[in-house]
Write a protein that binds this ligand. Structure first.
Ligand SMILES: C=C(O[C@@H]1C=C(C(=O)O)C=C[C@H]1O)C(=O)O
Length: 392
């Protein structure tokens, strides 16, 4: 017998918006009201969301929900919209989702942007900044661009993603006439359910291994890695500092757990709080936290400056936010990682890694290669660069 969420994904058409999480599955069709904001500062996002809800209510929309994509950089534009039609289903039990046929994506060329050598050099430069500036951590990213023979089917790709990451934040949102951003993020920035907020930052990672004993050994090494625990603590500290003033109570566990995705082990902390102002929407809380040191670094300004100086490409929506917010303010915003930009003639896959004192350029290069495998595997794209020994 077919479970309901399978039905929802079965109905996905080009141009639809899809978001699934451990608590809900949404499929948005069309855009009754939409807004491409001038920038992504918290006030701009709040104003844009209010205006969208006001218009929807004036036009008699019974239960408007905003879906959207928020860029990494506050200076860039966010896309928020209220779908014309919204289909919603209870928690997606994608655990038994049939994996379907593996995708094949014939490619003409695959080009790393920037090149692996550039990436290693950026990490090396970041390491020197730790000695000469206030910088404690910076997340440096890179991408792979594949020129393809035929467009990737977003629905088929999502089916693969939900089957391999059933507990993840799986999404596909249109970003243009024929472009979309599709991904399987493991990271929840914030969920608001009434007064309650939950954040689940991840930071500190190691690639998984196909041999179960080696895989476990890697998980254990991550659990006690001084470098990764330090990298993780910086993220939790920043989120606690941002959430405390917004919350009556905030529960902070003593240390992180180790969680798995299809390709990675991560250090993970779940924080739970009671909002002091229940009128604060999930979008406003997300905007107050974003970008955390999980995707930017610490201190924020120094890390942002280092990214702009060293990375060598525009992140756009990658390491931004994807999610939804309803008219009561409830909603979820996940971090747009483990994602790919789909266009008719190319796909582009992104990944970043946290650099702290003690990081190695080759190690971070390999970590980004391992993170990219989630999307590369799902699309049936074969690619290995100088970061080969990650993906055993
Ligand atoms: C930036 C990415 O991941 C982030 C960086 C992590 C790390 O450095 O350990 C872990 C999870 C994410 O917060 C990515 O997957 O591209």
């Amino acid at each position: 017998m077919e479970h309901a969420p399978h039905g929802l994904l079965e109905g996905l058409k080009p141009g639809d918006a899809f978001f699934s999480s451990p608590v809900t599955t949404l499929l948005g069709r069309g855009a009754a009201h939409e807004c491409q904001t001038a920038d992504a500062r918290p006030q701009t996002l709040d104003d844009a969301a209010r205006a969208l809800f006001d218009t929807a209510k004036q036009q008699g929309h019974p239960d408007p929900i905003i879906m959207g994509l928020i860029p990494f950089d506050h200076a860039d534009s966010a896309r928020l919209f209220i779908p014309e039609e919204l289909l919603r289903e209870a928690p997606g039990t994608f655990e038994q989702y049939p994996p379907g046929v593996p995708l094949e994506t014939p490619t003409r060329t695959i080009t790393p942007e920037p090149a692996p050598g550039h990436y290693r050099q950026a990490v090396e430069r970041a390491l020197t900044l730790f000695d000469t500036t206030a910088l404690d951590k910076v997340v440096l990213a890179r991408s792979l661009r594949a020129r393809i023979e035929a467009p990737v089917d977003a629905q088929a790709l999502l089916k693969r993603l939900v089957s391999i990451n059933p507990q993840g934040y799986n999404f596909a949102l249109p970003t243009g006439e024929r472009e979309s951003l599709v991904g399987a993020s493991p990271e929840l920035l914030i969920r608001r359910e009434g007064h309650r907020v939950i954040a689940n930052p991840l930071a500190g990672s190691i690639a998984r291994h196909r041999d179960p004993a080696e895989d476990q050994r890697r998980a254990e090494s991550l659990r006690v890695s001084e470098k990764d625990l330090r990298e993780h603590a910086l993220v939790v500290e920043a989120i606690v500092a941002a959430l405390r003033p917004l919350c009556h109570t905030l529960e902070v566990p003593e240390g992180p757990e180790v969680i798995a995705t299809d390709r990675m082990w991560h250090l993970s902390t779940t924080l739970e709080g009671e909002l002091a102002d229940p009128g604060m929407t999930s979008l406003a809380v997300a905007a107050a936290l974003h970008p955390t040191p999980a995707v930017c670094g610490a201190p924020w300004q120094d890390a942002h400056q280092a990214i702009k100086a060293l990375e060598g490409f525009e992140r756009g929506y990658f390491t931004g936010l994807v999610g939804w917010c309803d008219a009561t303010g409830d909603g979820e915003w996940a971090i747009t990682i483990r994602c790919a930009e789909l266009a008719p003639d190319h796909v582009r896959v992104f990944a970043g890694a946290g650099v702290v004192p003690g990081s190695s350029p080759q190690g971070e290069l390999e970590e980004t290669a391992a993170k990219m495998r989630t999307m590369l595997d799902a699309m049936g794209l074969d690619y290995e660069d100088d970061a080969t020994n990650t993906t055993a």
